[in-house]
Write a protein of this length. Structure first.
Length: 231
């Protein structure tokens, strides 16, 4: 995510920005027990926050995941990447592509488990939303190959769509997209737009809205900042 989530919240007209906080909830019922236990063991109970957040995609939502915690315990990450890789083996990818930062950190062990190549995609800011590009020297790795996108989380799907465009522009054949965590329901819309299967290890339920339709903005609830809120 970065990818799905913004490090700096996007402003919303009429709503004061940057109130630090968001309520911490120790358990999140739709995350599997194993994920709760392992992330709690890795970094404490702050993995999920509830409040009013603005994501990199431009959408607003009621949940923030502190994805940095997914990478605190490399043994957990390796186990999870291995489980995700088993779900993806049937796509027989030649190359696994992960958007920097978190996506690439998951995509690399997935590629290793599948015996595939790995490339990362770098984010560039544009007015139309996030864009991701595979570095020029790595692009020949994609041409004519079966390519799988792996991210840490899929929220609005904007990073996945941007990676898919670049992979196809480089001559790769996109065979599937996947993430460790996926917003419940995001797979259906994304699969339809990309024309490939979308898989995940954990499906989690939270709400996102375009800012104009955000009920939290309509209640004039200030945006929460996901940064600087520990303690
Ligand atoms: Zn809002």
């Amino acid at each position: 995510m970065p990818h799905g989530y913004a490090a700096t919240p996007v402003g919303c007209p009429g709503v004061p920005p940057g109130r630090p906080g968001g309520r911490v909830r120790r358990y999140y019922p739709n995350v599997t027990r194993q994920l709760e236990q392992d992330t709690a063991a890795a970094g404490g109970p702050h993995f999920v926050r509830f409040g009013h957040f603005a994501y990199e995609s431009g959408d607003h939502g009621d949940t923030w995941l502190s994805l940095e915690l997914l990478f605190v315990d490399p043994q957990w990450l390796q186990r999870s990447a291995g489980l995700l890789a088993e779900r993806l083996r049937r796509f027989s990818p030649d190359v696994v592509c992960g958007p920097l930062v978190g996506g690439a950190l998951v995509a690399q062990p997935v590629a290793a488990a599948l015996g595939a190549r790995f490339v990362y995609a770098e984010r560039q800011v544009s007015a139309g939303g996030p864009m991701y590009f595979v570095p020029p020297v790595a692009r020949p790795t994609l041409a004519g190959r079966r390519v799988l996108i792996v991210d840490d989380v899929i929220n609005a799907g904007s990073a996945t769509r941007a990676c898919a465009k670049d992979i196809r522009d480089a001559g790769g054949e996109l065979v599937a997209a996947a993430s460790l965590i996926l917003r419940n329901g995001a797979d259906l819309a994304l699969s339809e737009r990309l024309g490939v299967a979308v898989e995940c290890l954990h499906s989690v339920r939270w709400n996102i809205w375009p800012p104009a339709e955000c009920p939290l903005c309509q209640k004039r609830q200030p945006l929460d900042s996901p940064t600087g809120v520990e303690g």
